[in-house]
Design a protein around this ligand. Structure first.
Ligand code: SF4
Length: 169
């Protein structure tokens, strides 16, 4: 009888990992540290969120979500392409059918700081400005160009990029 293998090959992933990240992993680790600090500050302030998804539907919320390329690249490198590259009108492509964020762990600074609770805007501006400055510093430290633009346009542009596995060096 044929001996059983000591361990089996892991099953193939449904969505392959990117062949390489768009930015140095150390820049992403620094970005994650900023997000952790920010989330801790927000948790202490305990704003109310009813998770209706209105803030991710930009016509209904009447705003434009801006983000740096570093933040958007982080989403693209961690969320399956078919989720962020899909057509979605003026809504975030990551918004799920039940009004939830489909990339909560990886979402951008503007997503983390936005709450529609009355009186929150002063907190949002302060939190955003301080943590935005840290993101700029990360880009500078790692020699990355600083690009800041509407997130939706960046996802759309990304949808025409070659798939991760085909990206040149
Ligand atoms: S990434 Fe998530 S929280 Fe941010 S706009 Fe998209 S669905 Fe909303």
């Amino acid at each position: 009888m044929k001996p059983l293998p000591l361990y089996a090959e892991p099953p193939p992933r449904a969505t392959p990992e990117p062949a390489r990240f768009r930015n140095p992993p150390a820049a992403y680790r620094a970005l994650e540290a900023v997000y952790r600090d920010l989330d801790r500050e927000i948790a202490r302030l305990a704003p109310r969120c009813d998770a209706r998804g209105i803030c991710c539907d930009f016509d209904r919320a009447d705003h434009v979500l801006f983000a740096s390329a570093l933040e958007v690249d982080y989403v693209k490198d961690h969320v399956p392409r078919e989720r962020w590259a899909r057509p979605s009108g003026n809504r975030c492509p990551l918004l799920t059918g039940d009004g939830k964020c489909g990339a909560r762990e990886f979402r951008m600074l503007g997503c983390r700081t936005y709450f529609c609770q009355p009186g929150w805007s002063a907190h949002a501006a302060d939190l955003y400005e301080r943590h935005y400055a840290r993101l700029k510093a990360i880009a500078a430290e790692h020699g990355l160009p600083w690009r800041y633009a509407p997130a939706l346009a960046q996802f759309r542009y990304g949808a025409t990029e070659p798939a991760a596995a085909e990206r040149p060096g």
